[in-house]
Design a protein around this ligand. Structure first.
Ligand SMILES: [Zn+2]
Length: 195
């Protein structure tokens, strides 16, 4: 159920934090998500949920770091730059003060598939998950979080304009997991609030 551990091979180069101005929107929206319990921590101490913002046309992005779900407020020290994702090799290269989220590959799949997407959010919400599973676009139950299979399933889903139009999907094999995306993160928050 949880974002317990990273399933891809990670090539992390410790580096400077992302500029605060770039992260302003990310940090504010993330705060809203935390307050609703859509990003947070389970009683066993495992954090869940993550948020990202596109950096360039090639699909590079900034994402909240692994093991940051429990923090009420994030600062630039809690974000990582995803520089390269090779889905077929299950490999992620990132730089920054922390290692990128375990769900980085799923975010990458969305940026890759839709060049207009500027922001992506992954939340956990049992209410939305139960309500929309198999009613909204849903990835197969057999596919777990944070895997190349999930990335391929997402690309497949977004290939279909009727499903992509939702700007939202349920991760069928990741209990409570939902993802949404849009032209900026405030818009993505709005999409989630309307569901
Ligand atoms: Zn998750």
């Amino acid at each position: 159920m949880e974002e317990g551990y990273i399933k891809f091979s990670v090539d992390w180069e410790k580096g400077e934090a992302v500029e605060a101005a770039f992260l302003e929107e990310v940090i504010q929206v993330r705060q809203q998500l935390y307050q609703r319990g859509w990003i947070g921590v389970y009683p066993d101490g495992v954090g869940y949920g993550n948020i990202s913002k596109r950096r360039d046309a090639e699909g590079r992005f900034v994402i909240s770091g692994t093991a940051t779900g429990h923090l009420e407020n994030l600062t630039p020290e809690h974000f990582s730059r995803v520089e390269e994702v090779v889905v077929a090799e299950n490999r992620v290269r990132c730089t920054g003060p922390v290692v990128a989220s375990s769900e980085s590959m799923s975010h990458a799949a969305i940026y890759r598939q839709n060049r207009e997407v500027q922001g992506v959010i992954h939340i956990h919400c049992m209410t939305l998950w139960e309500k929309w599973k198999d009613r909204a676009p849903t990835t197969p139950e057999s596919i777990p979080y944070g895997t190349p299979e999930m990335a391929f399933a997402i690309m497949d889903l977004l290939d279909d304009p009727d499903r992509a139009r939702w700007q939202f999907f349920v991760m069928g094999g990741h209990r409570e997991g939902c993802m949404a995306f849009g032209k900026n993160l405030w818009d993505v928050l709005e999409i989630l609030l309307k569901l």
